[in-house]
Design a protein around this ligand. Structure first.
Ligand code: ATP
Length: 301
């Protein structure tokens, strides 16, 4: 069935992989007979504004070609609308795509899903954002060491992928000091000095760091990980375990479940879906089924 598809390509994603997969995606969509409106921009902001117009005009699907940052854009334009989000994962990390079992760096398989795939309703995180209204995230919001590392990794041009994050960790860790936080989980207040707090809708960020390995994208709850204050040596010892998710048994690591989370810490700027997000304090709530995603299979609950 031909659909009206708003296409957003990030040519810079995956260090240029996005440009190639974007061109292939355009061809595949047209060959399949879809009515394509290309809302890609020279910048993220321009693409976002054009995509919002397409959603307001009622496109069936918004298809992003890029990494988690493009998923973040897609989430923010599709949240609460009738438009579905489809992803051609072309980034370095692609955590959202992997979490949802979507094809990775395979435009043909991803475009075919518009016809043969399913539409899955998943939860999103919503954060009220002053006069600008609200901001959404689909994956993990982090406020602490991860946000510092993410900002550093974004500035680095070498190496690629996961190694870039690992190197950024090694650069930032010696100068990092645990942060005093106040954390409210469904009204229950925790005050602690911590390395980071992650509010997770999906399991991983940073290219496979499985911070909350049991997070379920459709359970109506966040998984919230707190890594309490640790020495540099202790942190380095536990850090590699995040790739398998086995860090959760460490005594300094706590995981909670909550619908509403308030994070307070002075001078801390959060990241969400790997993008710079908002200054703390933040009030986040899960909105069940706020996003419809094109996926390969139906998930029985
Ligand atoms: N033309 C553009 N359209 C959209 N985003 C762009 C564009 N040019 C540069 N960007 C930047 O690309 C970033 C998003 O990159 P994206 O997440 O898609 O790829 P990645 O970083 O390679 O992958 P991942 O996030 O999975 O590691 C945004 O921060 C945005 O500012």
């Amino acid at each position: 069935m031909p659909q009206r598809v708003a296409l957003i390509v990030n040519p810079t994603s995956g260090k240029g992989v996005g440009r190639e997969l974007g061109a292939q995606t355009r061809r595949l969509l047209r060959d399949a007979g879809h009515d394509v409106v290309d809302v890609s921009g020279d910048t993220y902001r321009q693409a976002r504004s054009q995509a919002l117009t397409a959603v307001a005009e009622g496109v069936d699907t918004v298809l992003v070609v890029g990494g988690d940052g493009m998923v973040h854009l897609g989430v923010n334009v599709c949240a609460g609308s009738a438009s579905r989000l489809a992803v051609v994962a072309a980034g370095t990390g692609n955590d959202f795509a992997r979490n949802l079992g979507l094809p990775v760096r395979d435009a043909r398989a991803a475009v075919a899903l518009l016809d043969v795939g399913c539409t899955r309703a998943v939860d999103l995180g919503r954060v009220s954002h002053g006069v600008a209204g609200e901001k959404w995230f689909g994956g993990v919001l982090g406020a602490g060491f991860d946000a510092v590392v993410n900002a550093r990794a974004q500035r680095m041009t070498w190496p690629r992928g996961q190694m870039r994050y690992n190197l950024a960790v090694l650069r930032e860790l010696p100068v990092f000091r645990p942060i005093p936080y106040a954390i409210e989980l469904d009204g229950h207040r925790i005050e602690t000095r911590a390395m980071l707090v992650a509010v997770a809708n999906t399991t991983s960020f940073g290219g496979g760091m499985r911070v909350c390995p049991d997070a379920d994208v459709a359970d109506g709850l966040f998984d919230v990980m707190i890594v309490h204050a640790l020495s540099v040596v202790a942190f380095l010892r536990v850090f590699p375990k995040v790739y398998s998710g086995s860090h959760t048994t460490h005594p300094a690591v706590e995981i909670h479940r909550a619908r509403r989370v308030r994070l307070e810490a002075s001078g801390i700027h959060s990241q969400a879906d790997g993008e710079s997000f908002a200054e703390l304090p933040i009030d986040a709530e899960v909105v069940p089924g706020a996003l419809r995603v094109v996926t390969p299979f139906e998930v029985l609950t």
